[in-house]
Design a protein around this ligand. Structure first.
Ligand code: D41
Length: 671
């Protein structure tokens, strides 16, 4: 063997050992230390080396098995028909090759597929004999898994008896057991309270919950099941397509995923992927891609499988939402109300579709819980529009000389003392409007789209103007002149003119917007709207006591206190006077909601986009008629207004039997 050969062999052995260790942590312990993306990379790297040097590939290489053997404690179940694995694709080219391969083998022009969400749970097999559930097993390594019959029996979406007259004598249903995001968060909170182990993500929580030796524990875990296919079946006429099989399983009383779609050809596949990718975060559970399957079962049979994966199926993955990177520094950020948030400055990493270089650490408690230090390797997560966060630390990779991070005692921006609230969790800068960070955030919020909507007055410009001493309060915005603006770096004449016009336009606003723009702690758009319609006038709100404020729907003692506190501050009153008297900010009179208002006491939820007005306008109009507009659907919701491309709120409304109306019906109500 040459030196180079020996090096390659050593590298392959290293990769194999590393992958096996991750396999053990993932499959046996349900407690992985690296994100899936890192695991996939290791596996692909080993595969690449094995391809280039087949003579060095070990017979027992981890690339040759997917999954893991059973842990002790559960009886082993050998699957009568092996549970195959899925080939992966990460980009459209790989999907095109998949479709081409199939068309070539079948010698046909267009293939019909089913595209279904790839649920991020764990695969299980359920055996029904004469309609009764007799056995549940994990997939394990595909050949054999663990007998988890007692545990699957406690999952409510798994029927113990199938419905219908003509039932198969034997039927093996295959599907995924998963935990919803909400269920996962609830579980971790409960684990924290009981000093139990936290789970890294919903999938591990599902796996850990299903593989409890005591089914009573499994019963307390919010697990759900969705069927995606079958193994053995005897005794009934069988459908000719995969879509037909799913339909039939539904008739038997099994839950199948409603977001599946029958599509044609490569275009159909990619469109389905785009659509699910866009709606990924609206689903109540995590999905990590789309599974494509040839619809016709006879064609599936003709295609067969290679090395344990069917040729007729493919998992087209989404961008990973978790990645591995390193913490360069830990700093704190000061928010609008002085709340101080620690943030990790990271080595930039591509995750969730964007490059991330900052992640929130939430608060001091979280830092202690994670035990994170500068120099640590961490897993960052970015899901949808949610702020990226550090989810865990790879303590075994910690550099030797690292030191514990201590919360600063002084505000890094203004030098004032940092104080902690009673609970000791939330830190605040005590500098108030003496703190430039708070001033900047207050002004940014005031100018933002949903507040005063001053176009062109963005984050960077506000910071520049505060740093230059051009503005100190939100009222100063309305004193700006062209000369001052063009003296600022990066602001040309044209932009200055546009900005002045936008500022002028903002003088005409609405009372709810104005109240929201003031940035009173915990007063969001909804509460601002309710305050406006309950009191009708700004003066009335400013002079209301805590008791009167609590008469407003949804305002409790804490928010009422915040409002009183805010208006009690001289500097806030001065700014409001300057805005109203000097800057001439004005709004149309607000109709107080009469006790007999038409929509009084009705709760609405808006979803999807409206064509005739913005959601903000719709909300204002509804509130003016006495309605409450909520952000989530519950049993208390009276109407869900579904615009174009509605999200999961619509599904939920349908599930709960809440009335759903379209934009036309809404317009009629608003007339
Ligand atoms: O939602 C899933 N995770 C899912 C997994 C799915 N929708 N379909 C699947 N189909 C298969 C084949 C095509 C092999 C019957 C799968 C899986 N397999 C699978 N799950 C875990 C390993 C393989």
């Amino acid at each position: 063997m040459t030196t180079r050969h020996a090096d390659v062999a050593r590298e392959m052995a290293r990769l194999a050992t590393e992958i096996e260790r991750h396999n053990y942590l993932y499959y046996v312990k349900d407690d992985p230390v690296v994100p899936d993306a890192e695991y996939d990379r290791l596996l692909r790297e080993l595969e690449k080396l094995e391809k280039a040097h087949p003579e060095l590939a070990a017979d027992d290489s981890p690339t040759r098995r997917v999954g893991a053997r059973a842990d002790e404690g559960f009886r082993e179940v050998t699957h009568e028909i092996p549970m195959l694995s899925l080939a992966n694709a990460f980009d459209p080219e790989e999907v095109a090759e998949f479709d081409e391969r199939i068309r070539r083998r079948l010698e046909c022009e267009v293939v019909e597929y089913v595209a279904e969400p790839k649920l991020d749970g764990l695969a299980v097999s359920l055996l029904y004999e004469n309609g009764r559930l007799v056995r549940g097993a994990t997939r394990g390594d595909g050949r054999a898994g663990e007998d988890v019959t007692a545990n699957v029996r406690v999952i409510r979406s798994i029927p113990l008896k199938l419905r219908g007259e003509k039932l198969p004598t034997r039927l093996e249903v295959r599907g995924e057991v998963l935990m919803t995001r909400k269920g996962f968060e609830r579980l971790n909170r409960r684990q924290d309270e009981n000093d139990g182990k936290r789970y890294a993500n919903p999938r591990n929580a599902a796996a850990g919950s299903l593989r409890q030796l005591d089914p009573a524990i499994t019963a307390q875990r919010p697990l759900e099941f969705y069927a995606y296919g079958t193994g053995v079946f005897d005794g009934v006429k069988w459908p000719e397509t995969h879509a037909g099989v799913l339909e039939l399983l539904g008739e038997f009383g099994l839950r199948t995923n409603p977001h599946r779609e029958v599509v044609e050809g490569l275009d159909g596949l990619l469109r389905a992927w785009e659509s699910l990718n866009a709606r990924r975060d609206e689903l109540p559970y995590e999905i990590d891609g789309v599974v494509y399957k040839v619809n016709d079962l006879a064609l599936q049979e003709r295609l067969g499988f290679v090395s344990r994966a069917p040729r007729w199926a493919l998992a087209h993955k989404f961008a990973a939402q978790e990645e591995l990177t390193r913490v360069r520094a830990i700093e704190v950020q000061v928010g609008r109300t002085g709340a101080i948030t620690p943030v990790a400055r990271l080595e930039p990493v591509f995750v969730g579709g964007v490059t991330v270089s900052n992640a929130t650490l939430h608060n001091y408690d979280e830092i202690k819980r994670l035990d994170v230090r500068v120099g640590d390797s961490v897993i960052v997560r970015r899901a949808g529009d949610v702020i990226p966060e550090v989810v865990s630390v790879l303590h075994e990779r910690r550099p030797k000389n690292s030191r514990e991070w201590n919360f600063p005692e002084k505000c890094p921006v203004c030098g004032s003392d940092i104080v902690f609230d009673e609970g000791g969790v939330i830190a605040r800068c005590s500098g108030g409007l003496f703190c430039d960070a708070q001033v900047k955030e207050t002004i940014k919020h005031f100018a933002s789209r949903r507040a005063m909507d001053i176009e062109g007055l963005g984050s960077k410009l506000v910071e520049q103007m505060v740093d230059a001493g051009v503005i100190k309060t939100v009222a100063d915005i309305f004193e700006l002149d062209k000369e001052t603006l063009v003296s600022l770096e990066r602001l040309g004449e044209k932009s200055a003119d546009n900005l002045l016009a936008a500022i002028d336009a903002a003088r005409k606003t609405t009372l709810p917007r104005f109240l929201f723009a003031l940035g009173i702690p915990q007063i969001g758009e909804t509460t601002a709207g309710q305050l406006a319609s309950y009191f009708g006038h700004l003066d009335a709100i400013m002079s209301a006591g805590e008791e009167a404020l609590q008469e407003v729907p949804d305002i409790g003692p804490v928010v009422a206190h915040n409002v009183v506190e805010f208006f009690a501050q001289d500097h806030n009153r001065e700014v409001i006077d300057a805005l109203v008297d000097k800057a001439k900010i004005a709004w149309p009179a607000v109709q107080r909601v009469a006790d007999d208002a038409r929509l009084k006491g009705k709760t609405f939820v808006l979803t999807g986009s409206l064509s005739g007005m913005s959601r903000t306008e719709a909300r204002e109009k509804l509130v003016a008629l006495g309605a409450k507009v909520s952000s989530s659907v519950s049993g208390k919701t009276d109407y869900v207004v579904a615009g174009a491309d509605p999200g999961s709120k619509l599904d939920k409304a349908e599930r709960l039997g809440v009335a759903v109306i379209d934009e036309d019906a809404l317009m009629e109500m608003l007339q």
